[in-house]
Each structure stands twice: as structure tokens, then as C-alpha cells.
Design a protein around this ligand. Sequence first.
Ligand code: SF4
Length: 110
Amino acid sequence: MGKIRRYTIEGTILEIPIYWEERSQRYLEDYSSLLEHPVHTKDGYPIFLTIEDACPDAEMQDDDPSSIDCGSCRYYRQTPGTLLGVCRNEKRRWDADIRKSDERKEEIIE
Ligand code: SF4
């Protein structure tokens, strides 16, 4: 098994694989699995990369036209030491009602 870094972000444990990058001579985090399988905090807030494209519900912290990603949004809460953070926008929250209806849909499909 390769090396990992473990984070606990608002109650959700994430294990991020890391790899050695020759050019920068340091370990970098591999977020590919996270991008394929998005995760949420225990309260249903999505965990995103700071560099992800801003969504239509974004409210940027400034009027800078270069502010185009989650990291520039006032709803984003950066986790220290990684590119990960939490979107605290209620509109993006995966709440219990949606979860229940998704579970019901899965039951019907099966
Ligand atoms: S932090 Fe949330 S609200 Fe802001 S741009 Fe990202 S997904 Fe959208």
C-alpha cells in the first residue's frame, strides 16, 4: 500500500494518497479518487478542492475577475496544510431529506 495522509474534516475521515514529485522534490496529494467520488462532512457539507471551479451559488470575497474558484468564495473554509476545504453554503448542502430520498430511489432501482 502506498503512502497516505489522513485528515479529519468536520467529522469525516479522508485518506489521501501521496506521491513523490521529482521536480518539486516533495510529496504531493493525489485527489483523483476524491474527484471521482465526492465526499461530505457529517453535516452534509461538500468537501472540495480550493481550485475547483466556482459554482453558480458562489459569492466571491472580492471583485477580482481572477476569482474563479472555491478558494475565492466566502462560503469556503480551507483546511490547513492541504488543498481541501468545506463549502458551507446551505444551497450546496446534502441534507438529510435529500439523502433519504436518494436512498429510496436506490431501493426502487434495486
Ligand atoms: S465554496 Fe461552495 S458556494 Fe462557493 S463556489 Fe465553491 S461550491 Fe460554490
